[in-house]
Design a protein around this ligand. Structure first.
Ligand SMILES: [Zn+2]
Length: 74
């Protein structure tokens, strides 16, 4: 099971979590402030596959409200 890293857009807390690939884009509540305003960072396991950082994750973009925003990555 791959490890994903998420960053909280509200408090900046970074969290690593092991979860199924199908849940990779599911919202993750911040363990520090409980906000679901989190963004998935580059997967540790798949860091070399493509080398492209996928921004947005399953959380709504704070700038444009898109669910998979790659243009206004914070
Ligand atoms: Zn937070």
């Amino acid at each position: 099971m791959p490890i994903y890293e998420y960053v909280c857009l509200d408090c900046g807390e970074k969290t690593e979590v092991m979860r199924p690939i199908k849940d990779a884009d599911a919202p993750l509540a911040c363990p520090k402030c409980q906000s679901e305003h989190t963004s998935r960072l580059l997967s540790l396991f798949f860091a070399t596959s493509g080398g492209r950082v996928v921004a947005g994750g399953g959380s709504a973009c704070s700038t444009c409200s898109s669910s998979s925003c790659s243009t206004c990555n914070l």
